[in-house]
Design a protein around this ligand. Structure first.
Ligand SMILES: Cc1cc2nc3c(=O)[nH]c(=O)nc-3n(C[C@H](O)[C@H](O)[C@H](O)COP(=O)(O)OP(=O)(O)OC[C@H]3O[C@@H](n4cnc5c(N)ncnc54)[C@H](O)[C@@H]3O)c2cc1C
Length: 302
């Protein structure tokens, strides 16, 4: 990232919300379930699958966590009615993890109860390192209680991840780089080290008979994954690629054209602001977008 981009990233929280909303509209389906249904239908028509995220993290009251769980249930019902190919991705803190493990688990079980009758998968997103142990515990308990269509996420940037992967034999696991900044003692900082850890984690998951959901827009990693798939002669149903809505769609189109499964992560909900800030902070073209959009809003006022 250039110096200018870094400066813009630091200043992003001061940028007016309507500007953030406009430039981040490519990353979020919208604020309502109807928006998610429309976007998923478009993705399905283009040969892409979806995993839908109801935006909301670190809720302050049990009622908020229950409301997010209820929204997931409504979303799953709607996907079935519309005959859409969509699963869900849930965040433990959005479902109340910081208020209590048992409360969170009850809410996750409510989502699973809505997903299981129609054979839809529930992915448990991985958040910051204060939640890693509880999130893996949650997954293991649910699996041991007989829920087969649920799976965790591992973050290649964490030093513990290859060991975690080895302990998850047979599971369906999403592997990503990891978005949260953690203490250097537990996280790789070097870009190439994170890539190496990603590849090692992928190999470990495949060695353990896992279903691998390869979540990245890094072409170097996509190429390494494609090589691995070819070398191991993996069946199309043994893995999938995953990407975020609005990020590098041309790379996604190539993945689909080459015959691989691709699932797009589709966030929606009223709490779009925090998610948008995170996506923009990762975006290497951030300065241009923000400057362009601020410029347009200034000129429009005249
Ligand atoms: C489906 C999916 C699910 C995820 N789930 C989690 C999770 O549960 N927990 C977690 O911590 N993280 C999650 N992530 C985020 C992930 O950890 C990374 O932060 C993110 O994917 C960027 O890493 P990258 O592998 O794409 O590589 P990068 O090196 O960051 O990006 C590669 C290239 O992709 C493009 N790019 C990347 N991000 C953007 C952007 N925002 N805007 C425009 N271009 C961009 C750029 O061209 C960049 O050079 C998920 C990512 C995906 C795709």
């Amino acid at each position: 990232m250039s110096l200018l981009d870094r400066a813009v990233v630091t200043l992003l929280p001061a940028v007016p919300k309507p500007v953030i909303r406009r430039i981040s509209s490519r990353y979020i389906a919208g604020s309502e379930l109807a928006d998610a249904r429309r976007v998923v239908a478009e993705l399905n028509a283009a040969g892409k699958l979806a995993t839908v995220d109801v935006l909301g993290e670190e809720v302050a009251h049990a009622s908020e966590a229950e409301a997010i769980a209820a929204e997931y249930v409504a979303a799953l019902d709607a996907f079935e009615r519309d005959d859409l190919d969509a699963n869900v991705s849930i965040k433990p803190t959005g479902l109340g993890l910081k208020l209590g493990y048992d409360l969170c688990k009850r809410n996750v079980e409510a989502v699973i109860a809505a997903a299981e009758p129609t054979n839809r998968f529930v992915r448990i997103d991985m958040e910051d390192s204060s939640t890693t142990d509880d999130t893996l515990r949650l997954f293991r308990e649910l699996r041991d209680e007989g829920h087969a269509r649920v799976g965790p996420v591992l973050q290649a940037s964490l030093k513990r991840t290859v060991a975690d992967a080895a302990s998850l034999a047979g599971a369906s696991v999403r592997i990503c780089k990891g978005i949260y900044v953690e203490p250097e003692s537990i996280q790789f900082r070097d870009h190439q080290q994170v890539r190496v850890s990603f590849v090692q984690t992928l190999m470990t998951l495949l060695d353990g008979g896992c279903y691998a959901a390869i979540a990245t827009h890094d072409e170097w990693l996509v190429d390494r994954a494609r090589d691995t798939i070819a070398e191991r002669g993996l069946d199309r149903d043994a893995y999938e690629f995953q990407m975020l809505l609005g990020v590098r769609p041309e790379l996604g189109d190539r993945i689909v054209a080459d015959g691989h499964k691709l699932r797009i992560y589709v966030p929606y909900g009223r709490q779009w602001y925090e998610y948008s800030l995170r996506r923009l902070q990762e975006n290497p073209k951030i300065a241009g977008y923000v400057a362009g959009d601020l410029g347009r809003s200034v000129f429009r006022r005249r």
